[in-house]
Design a protein around this ligand. Sequence first.
Ligand code: ADP
Ligand code: ZN
Ligand code: ZN
Length: 748
Amino acid sequence: MNTHSPLTILRVAVPSPLRRFFDYLPPKDGKLQAYEPGMRALVPFGKRNVVGVITAILSHTDIAVNKLKPIKRLLDEQPALPPSILTLCNWGIQYYHHSPGDVFKNALPLALRNESTPLIELVDTWQISTKSRLIELASLSRAPKQVNALTTLRNHPNGLTQTLLAGLDIKSPTLKALRDKGLVELHKKEQSYANWATDSVLRETCLTLNEQQQHAVNTVLNTDQPDNDSKLSFATFLLNGVTGSGKTEVYLQTIEHVLKAGKQALVLVPEIGLTPQTLHRFQQRFNVPVLALHSNLTANQRLSVWRQANAGSAAIIIGTRSALFTPMKHPGLIIIDEEHDLSYKQQDGFRYSARDMAIVRAKIEDIPIILGTATPSFESLHNAKEGRYYALPLTQRAGGAKLPTFEITDLRKAELKNGLCKTLIRSMKHELKQGNQILFFLNRRGYSPVLMCHDCGWNATCVMCDARMTYHRQPTHLHCHHCDYQSRINQHCPECNSTDLRAIGQGTERVDENLSELFPKTRIIRIDRDTTRRKEALENHLKQVNTGEPCILIGTQMLAKGHHFPHVTLVVISDIDSGLFASDFRATEHTAQLILQVAGRAGRAEKPGKVILQSHNPEHMVLQSLQQQNYSAFIQHALPERQLTGLPPYGYIAMLRAEAAHADIASRFLEQVVEQFNNMTSQTVEAWGPVPALMMRKAGRFRYQVMLRSNNRLFLHKAIAELLPRIEPLPDSRKVRWHLDVDPVQLD
Ligand code: ADP
Ligand code: ZN
Ligand code: ZN
């Protein structure tokens, strides 16, 4: 080997669960190439070739060079991922202690994980040939279509795409005929994307902002007068605005300035928050390309959005969690709508928080980020209090709408008809008579949560989980909502053979049935996962609601978020009690958020709204403080408890979970982990457990967990980094499925 030429080592993130990078040599063909981090490479891995991402180019490695394999080839001539996304991924690898390959797998569009998909889109482009410059058009006079095509192409000497020509009614037989005469040529050319005009970004006039909204926009844009040049730079803003306070209007008017500066905006919304309504609001406001990344897109459609964002021609990108990784050529702003929403945390594989990583990304790109919500997470409130985020409060509903009044109905000993309290039925009748709409919220689909034998007390449980099966009637079956196991219903109790099997409790199906009996003339629209399976079903239901005709909407949490129902004046919240007593330390936080979000659907327009919450525990602290519509009153009650226990936001936690076909294997493995942990010296970090998960058996597997906790984030991460290499060699680690969850949001 020539000692003067430095060695080139390519460090690659290879799709594999292993928590490490892999080093390779350049390909054998020895062609001189410029390697850059972010490039895709096809690399040999085990017996296969896989698509990896080059993350660094080094001149030495700890591995003996003769052990290194060369990559097969580079897939593209330029990096697929820009430096900002690379840095973001590297941060994620460190912070979540996760496998590099899996992190990059999340960051790369699905289509680009395939070696045969090109990074740059090549499109069929027709162009005039040299020969055609010389001929007289008159020589083609017997073929007017060809004359027309040739004239058009002569006016565009750089060529026109096949799609564009088709739009001009120039068809391919005509073009092929011209090609046969040697007059035009077909080339594959890089797709070029147009930019939007920055001087006419608005399609409609904006609303006049109220003082708090204007202050919010000015603060984010870093300008005090609206005509001042804004300086977009990194800062995190917590836009804490009550439901209906016009947060979206703040987003829109901030984005307007960003677009005028020629920059792009990335808007993340919760998984079920990306409604056609939301998208429509952005598209109606702006005269620029607004593209959505949602789960109904094919891999190729997603790639197309990704490419346009990367090229800078998509002005606004709206998407759910994974849209976080969409590169932008001219990044200007990131918005996280409903920042408290649980769907921002990925619950399997790479367990990242898109909200937290978005803040990291905004810092990397040096752009502002807005976290909007009516019910901030405790973490975000804490960060605002500590001065890490700027708080931008919106305390009033916009446009003169009032916050709804809140009423708690004591269900204890209440007289019921069709499972509903009689006073509630009266209120509903009254509302419908006034021509109003009602939203009935019940966060449980199916007919009833329990099917019980009246003679012996047997009830239907899942064979795979520690859970009851939900009874469904449309069609009739039992369904486990935890593992999706389904079974038929026997006419007889399997224990005592009685036929007196009874549905206990209410799901949305049953409420639908009950309300139809009580209000036979009223249209009832049920919106849950079962009634919206078909494409466009949700949209059609919402269209019906938006006609404004009196109706009763029954819905699960699908309906809780983001929707604007101007005609709903009464919101009924039913059966929320279980959330008040769950063992997850965040359960009350999540329940309070859900209640306020649902309540926020009432009275959003001219007519005032009312919320009736039915409970068997009307004195509960959460309900009492929310009755004043007061999230901060609730916080003041709930936060001290967190402080006492040292849980987030006062402490930092990570969860180690293990599951196995036998309970003792899972718990034994975690005991070994804790033993390893205790051998380490980090006294500032505690390990709690192992304890069984809240649902110990799920989908046929037994689940245990250990919580690692510290008052110091750095110490926690150091301990994890020291612990993981000790876990991986444990013999039992192969007998269980285990994972680490940093900043877990749900303890199930
Ligand atoms: P949020 O996102 O905070 O729940 P929205 O942005 O949906 O609230 O606004 C609620 C309603 O108030 C919408 O109909 C919106 O058009 C209206 N609105 C927002 N800002 C203003 C304003 N400054 N003046 C008048 N109406 C407004
Ligand atoms: Zn029985
Ligand atoms: Zn189950």
